[in-house]
Design a protein around this ligand. Structure first.
Ligand code: HAM
Length: 423
């Protein structure tokens, strides 16, 4: 039997990891600029946590969870990060110490969906959550931060959709209105939507079937039934986004697949061709009821998650792929000593360096340096040793020069660092 990776779960090999590191570093930098701190929670949680928070009638809980039993515990590989973060927030009574907590996380998530381009069974998310702030200012700031982040990454056109699901009994009232609208035409709905009509009617608005969409076209929207305070929250959000110059479009049919949302809901869709049908780059919203639902004090919350695989597909291809690297090639044994010492000095200056001690023809060594995507190659043979210099080749331009050995580490480290800054 041939052993292969699990279907829908992928290896990320070293030649791709540079883009991941850069994306993750950019996310961390953006999150900390906005006052978020990292949280790391376990990769699996009690199954009941996801059932209670995400909702029994959602696709994620009904069909997609990787659940298993171990030592009498029912466990599930996390399908998303919000539930685990909320559990940790509660378990460590963070609310008692901090009025407002801003957390971020990065890591693998698991959903047993049908694999496709941009849809895996193990995928990676980067997300943020804010606990303890009910005001629409943080909704606006979060959406604006996301839009800015996608721009910074060079993601081309992005559609920003927002909606409000209201709070309290709005969702239930809307649900009733939608069921009342669709029930007389039940037989015309797709099989999936007929099933949803009983269990989770809001999701019918998301249906891909053209006939379902026609039937929903003149359905009431949730914005029609918003209570006054929910409407005021939504209006303020729009005002703030306008003031920030953040582009957005109100989509009163935006519902999203998780049941915990209240009030603000948003999704960012990429228009780039690379993404195909899986064009949701990220999304989120308020979930003001979840912490109380999990047994804690009433605590407003809002968050989002980005899909990193999809972001990598949508990012501009000229985004840098690997960090600057010095490739040191000794020609003969005394050269090896000089290269080992110089590499150590370069690393002490904070830049990456590799010594290729395998020997062989100069041409073969140079092509190995190219394969490794080195920025600079440093050659040290007997001639260089006699003259007290090293030969430096800049790979992008093929320019060659000699530098005094004593200055080489500092000069090369500066040069490599400035290559990094240009990226
Ligand atoms: P979500 O919309 O289910 O929200 O997922 C967020 C993003 O994760 C999606 O927009 C997509 O980019 C990516 N994603 C989801 N499933 C897959 C998959 N099978 N393959 C590849 N990428 C995928 C959440 O997960 C919420 N926890 C967001 C949130 C945080 N809401 C409040 N706080």
């Amino acid at each position: 039997m041939k052993l292969r990776a699990v279907k829908g779960m992928h290896d990320i090999l070293p030649d791709e990891i540079g883009r991941w590191h850069r994306l993750e570093a950019a996310f961390r930098a953006m999150a900390s600029r906005h006052g978020y701190e990292e949280v790391r929670t376990p990769i699996c949680e009690p199954t009941a946590l996801f059932v209670r928070s995400i909702g029994e009638a959602t696709d994620v809980v009904e069909k997609e969870m990787y659940s298993f039993q171990r030592h009498d515990d029912e466990l599930t590989l996390r399908p998303e990060g919000t539930a685990g973060a909320a559990r940790a927030y509660l378990e460590h009574t963070v609310h008692a110490r901090q009025a407002v907590a801003r957390w971020y996380y990065l890591g693998p998530m698991f959903r047993g969906e049908r694999p496709a381009r941009g849809r895996q069974r193990q995928f990676h998310q980067a997300g943020c959550e804010i606990y303890g702030d009910a005001g629409p200012a943080c909704d606006a700031e979060m959406i604006d931060m996301l839009v800015g982040f996608l721009r910074e990454l060079g993601v081309g056109e992005v559609d920003v959709l927002i909606n409000s699901l209201g709070s309290g009994d709005t969702r239930a009232r809307y649900r009733d209105a939608l069921v009342a609208h669709l029930s007389p035409r039940r037989d015309e709905l797709s099989e999936e939507s007929r099933r949803r009509l009983e269990k989770n009617p809001l999701r019918i608005l998301d249906s891909k079937s053209p006939r379902d969409q026609e039937l929903c076209a003149d359905a009431p929207t949730v914005l029609d039934v918003l209570a006054d305070d929910d409407r005021a929250h939504f209006d303020a959000l729009r005002r703030y986004l306008d003031a920030l110059g953040t582009p957005y479009r109100v989509d009163p049919r935006l519902v999203r697949g998780l049941d915990y949302y209240t009030r603000t809901l948003f999704e960012l869709r990429g228009a780039g061709g690379e993404l195909g049908a899986q064009n949701a780059l990220g999304g989120g919203g308020r979930y003001d009821g979840m912490i109380a639902e999990l047994g804690g004090p009433a605590t407003p919350a809002i968050g989002f998650a980005l899909g990193l695989e999809r972001l990598l597909l949508a990012m501009s291809p000229d985004a840098p792929v690997s960090a600057p690297l010095a490739y040191l090639v000794p020609l003969g044994d005394p050269g090896a000593v000089a290269c080992l010492v110089l590499a150590k000095e370069l690393r002490a200056h904070g830049v990456a360096a590799i010594v290729d001690g395998r020997g062989g023809k100069l041409k073969a060594m140079m092509s190995r340096a190219e394969q490794r995507q080195a920025t600079l190659t440093v050659l040290v043979g007997d001639g260089e040793l006699e003259r007290g210099v090293v030969t430096v080749k800049t790979m992008a331009t093929h320019a060659q020069e000699e530098l005094p050995r004593a200055l080489a580490a500092r000069v090369l480290a500066d040069r490599l660092a400035s290559t990094e800054r240009q990226h």
